[in-house]
Design a protein. Structure first.
Ligand code: 5AD
Ligand code: SF4
Length: 439
């Protein structure tokens, strides 16, 4: 009998894309995707290690799964993703866990699952620096309009606080031919939006028999392959964002004018301790260039407070930078020590928890104010919106995104998921815009 497999995905968009890769791989070995955890034979958790609270969620989930296994004899549970790589051994000791596979081992998952029938527990967490999942067909979900395409895997930057280089291994770029082939498949399946994914997309580099393709070459080719499709990308490292890329975005209609450019901190001292390899001045110059070459470009960031040695003055520099840039939105966190990183080994976690909490809340308040102000500037404009679905609050309302990545809610009229509609903005809050479709 074909076994049913249910996947729960935690963490970043790379994990979302990886879960699709996993389902594709499992389907080739006759496993069947299942969306209800109560009906499945196998549960897989695709996990994140970026902060401690992400890992805590998984431990809690495992306690729930321990109970579920008591009710459902024969149910198997597996852990994949960053936690599997980081603490696979520890996870295997948990009563609920039957198998563990790291991010470079997904091709072995069907075997690992089958082997749990004869062995008690199975695992594979070897790094394979050549693994790019070439030849695995991307999953096309019926009715879906937006897809992710990984272009690089892993990271070589070793920011001192970050666990990713240890869980996802060295950076490698996927073949431009594989990527363009996936674009073609998504296009044939009526997708309307593609997001190119990598820990640092700007360092994409693929050697095709002596011809080197870098990220601006790649994104231009993707945009030309699918001129009717919106193209997005994430994440860009500020040290590597080139003028070339900025001009390609400005000059290519279907590449969305939105750049996610995580700054992490506004203080040069902290940036240096973080090993980010740029200064606040460099960052602000990049932002100025983006604003000059791509007027109105949507800007977002990742920022965190409370890193080792961050004084009140350093923190004020972060707030000051946020005011200078005026991000449309930002993901904000407080520092969480990750065992094994340079910072964990060499830099004291010396900002008290209550100060971290206080700083985080100041950051969030400031960003909300800026977002709200910037969103209010959109009132009266008519913007193109890609409809993503029904609004959570009402079936009569739809929501979608502008090319600048702002969420817009509006009465549905005749529009449906996947349509591009022109919406006149009438109201704005810190997180969403409201408007009306105009013909
Ligand atoms: N503590 C807090 N935030 C972190 N990030 C990465 N590592 C840590 C950590 N140890 C944040 C960074 C990164 C985002 C994905 O998560 O801002 O850009
Ligand atoms: Fe982590 Fe830095 Fe790599 Fe991003 S660029 S994944 S923050 S090490």
């Amino acid at each position: 009998m074909n076994k049913k497999i249910y996947i729960e995905t935690y963490g970043c968009q790379m994990n979302v894309a990886d879960s699709e890769t996993v389902i594709s791989i499992m389907k080739t070995k006759d496993f069947i995707p299942e969306s209800n955890i109560e009906n499945t034979d196998i549960v897989i958790l695709n996990t994140c290690s970026v902060r401690d609270n992400a890992e805590q969620k998984i431990w809690n989930r495992l306690d729930f799964l321990k109970g579920l296994k008591k009710r459902k004899k024969g149910l198997k549970v597996g852990i994949i993703g960053c936690m599997a790589q980081r603490i696979g051994n520890e996870l295997l000791e948990h009563e609920a866990v039957d198998f563990v596979a790291g991010p470079d081992s997904y091709r072995y998952l069907p075997d690992l699952v089958n082997e749990t029938d004869i062995e008690l527990k199975t695992y594979k967490t070897d790094f394979d620096t050549t693994e790019t999942y070439s030849g695995i067909e991307p999953l096309k979900n019926e009715g879906e309009i937006s897809g992710f395409i990984p272009i690089t895997r892993g990271c070589n930057n070793f920011c001192s606080y970050c666990i990713v280089p240890y869980t996802r291994g060295r950076e490698r770029s996927r073949s431009i031919h594989d990527i363009l082939n996936e674009v073609k498949i998504l296009k044939e399946n009526n997708y309307k939006e593609i997001t190119l994914l990598g820990q640092n997309v700007n360092s994409y580099s693929y050697d095709d028999n002596g011809k080197i393709y870098n990220f601006p070459d790649l994104i231009k080719s993707v945009a030309e392959e699918a001129p009717e499709i919106r193209v997005r990308f994430t994440t860009s490292h500020p040290k590597d964002i080139s003028d070339d890329l900025i001009y390609v975005i400005a000059g290519t209609k279907n590449i969305c004018n939105h750049i996610h450019l995580p700054v992490q901190s506004g203080s040069n001292k902290v940036l240096e301790l973080m090993n980010r390899k740029y200064t606040r001045e460099w960052y602000l110059e990049r932002i100025e260039t983006i604003k000059r070459v791509i007027p109105g470009c949507g800007l977002s960031s990742d920022i965190f407070c409370g890193f080792s040695g961050e004084t009140e003055e350093d923190f004020q520099q972060t707030l000051d930078l946020m005011e200078k840039v005026r991000y449309d939105s930002a993901f904000m966190f407080k520092y969480s020590v990750r065992p094994g990183t340079f910072a964990a080994k060499n830099l004291a976690d010396d900002v008290p928890e209550n100060i971290k909490v206080e700083r985080l809340s100041k950051m969030i308040d400031l960003q909300n104010k800026i977002s709200k102000k910037k969103n209010k500037e959109e009132i009266g404009k008519t913007l193109e919106v890609l409809v993503e679905g029904h609004s959570k609050r009402s079936k009569e309302m739809l929501f979608g995104r502008t090319e600048h990545n702002k969420v817009v809610v509006f009465p549905k009229k005749d529009a449906k998921k996947g349509d591009f509609v022109m919406v006149k903005i009438t109201e704005a809050g810190s997180a969403t815009l409201k408007g009306e479709i105009v013909s």
